[in-house]
Structure formats: C-alpha cells, structure tokens
Write a protein that binds this ligand. Structure first.
Ligand code: NAD
Ligand code: WQD
Length: 347
C-alpha cells in the first residue's frame, strides 16, 4: 500500500471511464470522492469498486448542474485538492436531437464546478475531452496541434467549448487544467467487475460486437467497406479503458507536483495505432473464440474515415504510454459481457 496521497473528486466516477479511474487512483494511494447523479450508471458500481480496491469511495449522489449541491459537496468534503471531471452526457446522435440538454448538462456542470472550485481554493482539474475535436483530420496521425475542426454535433461542441473555458480561465486565475483527448476507449477491468453499461442498443462498435456475439442482438452491421483504407472499413485508435484510467493518474500527478509547462495543457490519449473495423472483429474472434456474424451495410452518416493519435507528447511529457493490445481489449470486453449475462440469468 502506498502512502496516502491527496483527495481527488471524481465527477461521473460511477460511469465507464470514471469507475476504472477510481480504481487506478486508489491503487496509487489517493483518497477518492465520487459525485454522480447516476443518470447513466448504477449504484452497484460502488460495491464493485470496493471488491476490486478493498476501499470504498465516499459517494455523493448529486446533479452537478445544481450549484447549491455542488457548493454543499465542497463544504462536506473540505480535503478535496483536485478534480477529475468525467460527468457528461456522451451520445452523439442524441445530442443532435436534444442540443439544449447537452449544452445545459455538459457546460452547466463544468461552469458550476469551476466556480465552486474557485470559491473553495481548489485549483487543479483534469477534463475529459475527445478525439472528436479533430473531426476528419487533414493529416495523420493527429498531434495536439492538429487544427480543431468545427464540431459536427452539439456533444462534440461541448468538448471544444469545455476546453476553451478551461484555457480562458487558466489565463486569469490560479486554476490549472489538463484536457485529455481520448480516442476510442474500449474493454473492461481485468476482474470483469466493472465495464461499460450501454443503455438500450449500443451505438459504439465494441459493445455491439459483444452483445451480438452473446445473442442479445442480431448480426453486427459494418458501416461501409468502400473507404480509402486497406480493407475499406473505417480506422480508429482503440485504447483499453485501463490505459485511459492510468493517463488520469499521470495527469493528476503532473498537476499536483506543479510540473506543468502551461497552466492549460492538452494530451492525446490513444495507442498511436489505427485499426479497421474488420481488424477489430478479427481480434474479437481470436480472443473470444466466438465467430461473429456481421453484414456490410452502407456508411453511417457523419462517420470519420480514419483517425488515430500521435502519442509522443503524452508519452514524453505526461510520462504515460498505453500498454494493452487490441487482443486484450477484446478479451476483457468479452469477459465483461459474459459476466453481465451470468448476472442477469441469476436475477
Ligand atoms: P458514462 O456515461 O459511463 O459516465 C459519465 C457519468 O457521468 C455517468 O455515471 C453519469 O451518471 C454521470 N453524469 C452525467 N451528467 C451528470 C451530472 N449533470 N451530474 C452528475 N453526474 C452526471 O461515460 P464515459 O464513457 O465514462 O465518459 C466519461 C467522459 O469521457 C465523458 O465526459 C465523455 O464525454 C468522455 N469521453 C468518452 C468517450 C467514450 O468513448 N466513452 C470518448 C471520449 C470522451
Ligand atoms: C467505431 C467504428 C463505425 C458500430 C464515437 C463518438 C466520438 C468519441 C468516440 C466520445 C466506426 C464502426 C460502429 C456498428 C460499425 N466519443 N461501427 N458498426 O464513431 O469512432 O466515435 O466514440 O467523445 O465522439 O462519436 O466510435 O464505436 O461508434 O465506431 O461498423 O454497429 O465502428 O462506423 O468506424 P466513433 P464507434
């Protein structure tokens, strides 16, 4: 057990990436407080985190859009020294249909949090950003200086505006921030106790693959094989969620040990490796031993042809590197799906 480190508030800590990050923070000796309204997660995650970490985070169920509750939280938890802000709505298509809900939730929560942090003298924040800010890039791999493209969805816009808010604030205040631009987080914790809980039919590739393989869904539709890529299907930079979690620990260490070169910094969080949809399917088949039924259909509107990260800045400056392979991502995603189905049979 490491020596006890500072207390970190993890907003959205009951969610997919947040819960893995709580486990990674505990492993490094941090004290952890979670704030989450459970709009896209379940309270049982607390037990699961405790099973993995032998520690239970302090949990506050609250909506970060409610400023009074956020102020109360900082009063109840006076030891908080830094924040990792995951809480957001993240369904791209849904955000096109309900733009105000997304702007309200994702930006309202960020503003409340930053104002309360300032009132409380908490000056360090890690923000969940996304490769979506690069849109369809003109050149690959994308570096942190690759131009940000106009957002194609309200969700994507909340990430761009969120970064701008942090950059503006860092110029005129003591608030220091790091925005992590995740590429495509997939997979689950090696224990299969925590993972992704998509509500309804998943939009993302990996939960669709595992649900299709287990028989919850029909064949996977591969959206187009006429792209300018080696096998015609789109290319993404899939990254294991446990590696994404570790990037937050590295960013937290950088903030708390005053190592920043700028008071607002951005890092790409990917593996640096692009894989096609068909390669992802083959990795799934190899790691699970399951044959996946799939059909090639037309392109999905708004899909980017190819995007993957240049990770040299995060490797060299953040001192973090993704370790896990596509095979391990798929293996853990399958173990998680099997666990979910076992639990639902026992209910
Ligand atoms: P998630 O939905 O699993 O987790 C988000 C959590 O935030 C949920 O537990 C939800 O209940 C909570 N939440 C949302 N709004 C809240 C509010 N107003 N008050 C309190 N709690 C609230 O999502 P995730 O996949 O873990 O994503 C975490 C962050 O990473 C998000 O900001 C997301 O936009 C970003 N991100 C995710 C991906 C991805 O593919 N999963 C990629 C890039 C960026
Ligand atoms: C991956 C690939 C699809 C489903 C999303 C968000 C983005 C960011 C990352 C948050 C694509 C193909 C998918 C299916 C398929 N998240 N696919 N059949 O599109 O890279 O991005 O997650 O910030 O904002 O939009 O991820 O998992 O949906 O798709 O063929 O049933 O799989 O066409 O090539 P995407 P994804």
């Amino acid at each position: 057990m490491n020596q006890s480190k500072p207390c970190v508030l993890v907003t959205g800590g009951m969610g997919y990436i947040g819960s893995h990050t709580v486990v990674a923070l505990f492993r490094q000796g941090y004290d952890v407080v979670i704030a989450d309204n459970l709009c896209n997660s379940d309270v049982l995650i607390l037990d699961r985190i405790e099973q993995i970490s032998a520690q239970r985070p302090r949990f506050h169920q609250l909506d970060l859009c409610d400023k009074t509750s956020v102020r109360e939280l900082f009063k109840l938890e006076p030891t908080i020294q830094a924040v990792i802000h995951f809480a957001a709505l993240k369904a791209v298509g849904d955000s096109v249909k309900k733009p105000l809900m997304y702007y309200q939730n994702n930006l309202g929560s960020l503003l409340n949090l930053l104002e309360t942090m300032q009132e409380s003298g908490v000056n360090n924040i890690v923000f969940s950003s996304s490769c979506t800010v690069y849109g369809e890039p003109d050149s690959l791999p994308v570096t942190e200086t690759t131009p940000v493209k106009p957002a194609t969805s309200p969700y994507g816009n909340t990430k761009q505006i969120g970064e701008e808010i942090l950059a503006d604030l860092s110029k005129v205040s003591d608030v220091h921030s790091i925005a992590l631009r995740y590429f495509n987080p997939v997979g689950a914790h090696e224990s299969a106790l925590i993972g992704e809980f998509p509500k309804g039919t998943p939009n993302n590739l990996v939960p669709f693959i595992t649900q299709s393989a287990i028989g919850k869904l029909g064949p996977l539709q591969v959206y187009g094989n006429d792209y300018n890529t080696p096998d015609g299907t789109c290319i993404r930079d899939y990254i294991h969620v446990e590696d994404v979690a570790e990037a937050h620990v590295a960013a937290m260490h950088r903030l708390l040990s005053n190592q920043q070169q700028d008071t607002f910094e951005v890092f790409n969080i990917g593996t640096g490796q692009g894989n096609t949809v068909l390669e992802a399917i083959h990795a799934f088949e190899q790691s699970s031993g399951q044959k996946l039924q799939y059909i090639i259909t037309s392109r999905r509107e708004g899909d980017i042809e190819k995007v993957y990260a240049d990770t040299s800045k995060s490797n060299q400056i953040l001192g973090w590197k993704a370790e896990k392979s596509l095979f391990e991502m798929m293996q853990s995603a399958w173990a998680w799906e099997l666990q979910l189905s076992k639990n639902s049979q026992n209910e």
